[in-house]
Design a protein around this ligand. Structure first.
Ligand code: SDX
Length: 378
């Protein structure tokens, strides 16, 4: 087998074949199963989009009802998982908590057979249904409160916001949060999805596959960027500080979170949709001065970055929506993880349908035939 050309970070190297989603980085186009993300955000919702991603087509009425009913009635978590949450430090990063709990979840549903349709459906439903409950329960417990039990009568998005502070969100807030989840649900073979594929290819169970993906998503170059963007806006503090802040980042050759993308060489279409959600939310519940800082930062960053094909990505504006929805900054990336579960599951199923163990090769740059030197001679 001839060795292909080494590409750092596998840039431009196809790692799989997939019909789940499509990105045109030059046109700023994103499609889920061929449907434009703009259309899904306008006409669909997160659970219907999750069904589309996982099962390959939009559900009929009864299919969607069964899917939603299964999820709504599987939101509770085992008391042992709740007991586990009590053992974590209050200042543990919630992404670490999710990763640990998703792995633990799998211990209660041991892998029987990856060809068992019921097992796969059960794992799919549980992972979509329970991760929001785990995050919200940890958030309440780290404040010394009892977790808020999920409410089966609330939509997926409304229920998560409700479990965070026991206040039923207003319909616009729930609807906007639902669109945010749809926007983040899938994005071809990004780093965390690639990690899911590799773990899936060893025939591990879906809980371990998702725990691996959660760990990958948390890094600041990937899903962790949305939290970094909010911390950056808070550090800048006012519009008049943007210029000096940006100049300092660039002179230190530091990456500005929320900008740049391996595939998009124009503004991420999701950032544009998120900005519209910010405008809608602020119209109803008041302006946030951090939005002015973000707009000024994007304007000035474009003067420097645009010619290099570096534009705002999905993480640049998402935090402003979450902050207005009273989601704490360190839960921004966990929200990304909640949303990406259907995307990871869709790729897991696709990989299982035609599996081959991922085992790439390398370009060896080391030595050969080196003599062993006893420690006495070193
Ligand atoms: C997500 O892959 C996906 O689809 C991911 C995602 C999804 O939905 O799953 O879209 C979600 O992860 C979005 C990206 C979130 N990350 C960030 O916002 C972190 C900041 N961005 C950068 O770290 C960077 O843009 C990456 C990691 C996102 C992409 O980087 P690449 O493709 O590896 O590009 P690179 O680092 O090689 O940069 C190329 C040039 C370099 O300049 P030179 O050394 O050639 O002079 O562009 C510069 C970089 O320094 N550059 C930046 C920059 N991003 C790239 N310079 C300053 N700030 C930035 N943000």
């Amino acid at each position: 087998m001839a060795i292909g050309e080494y590409k750092p970070g596998l840039e431009g190297v196809p790692a799989t074949q997939s019909n789940i989603s499509y990105v045109d980085g030059k046109a700023g186009l994103l499609e889920y199963r061929g449907i434009r993300i703009e259309d899904l955000c306008e006409h669909s919702n997160f659970l219907e989009t999750s069904y589309l991603l996982i099962f390959g087509e939009l559900p009929k009425h009864q299919e969607l009802e069964k899917f939603e009913h299964s999820i709504n009635h599987r939101r509770r978590i085992k008391y042992r998982i709740r007991d586990m949450l009590k053992c974590f430090p209050d200042d543990a990063h919630p992404m670490d908590v999710i990763q640990a709990c998703v792995c633990a979840l799998g211990m209660f549903y041991p892998l029987r057979d990856l060809r068992d349709i019921e097992y796969i459906y059960g794992a799919t439903i549980r992972l979509i249904a329970k991760i929001p409950t785990i995050i919200a329960a940890f958030h309440m417990m780290r404040q010394g409160n009892d977790p808020v039990p999920p409410r089966d009568d609330l939509s997926y998005a409304a229920n998560f916001l409700y479990m965070l502070n026991e206040i039923e969100p207003d319909p616009l807030a729930a609807q906007i949060f639902d669109v945010c989840l749809t926007l983040h649900a899938e994005h071809t073979v990004n780093a965390s999805t690639f990690c899911a594929l590799v773990t899936a290819s060893t025939l591990n169970d879906p809980y371990v596959v998702l725990a691996a993906a959660v760990g990958t998503l948390g890094g600041p170059l990937h899903g962790g960027a949305n939290e970094k963007v909010m911390l950056m806006l808070e550090e800048i503090g006012s519009v008049k500080n943007v210029k000096s802040y940006l100049e300092a980042k660039i002179s230190k050759k530091e990456k500005v979170p929320g900008f740049g993308h391996r595939i998009y060489k124009v503004k991420d279409p999701r950032a544009t949709i998120l900005q519209k959600l910010v405008d809608q939310l602020f119209e109803q519940s008041g302006h946030d001065p951090y939005y002015d800082i973000a707009l000024e930062l994007e304007r000035q960053a474009m003067d420097v970055f645009a010619e290099k094909g570096i534009f705002a990505n999905v993480d640049f504006y998402s935090g402003l929506v979450y902050k207005k929805l009273n989601i704490p900054v360190d839960l921004f990336t966990p929200v990304f993880a909640i949303a990406r579960v259907p995307g990871w599951l869709a790729h897991w199923k696709e990989q299982m349908a035609d599996n081959r163990l991922f085992r790439p090769t390398q370009v060896y740059t080391g030595l050969h035939d080196v003599e062993y030197t006893p420690i006495s001679d070193r």
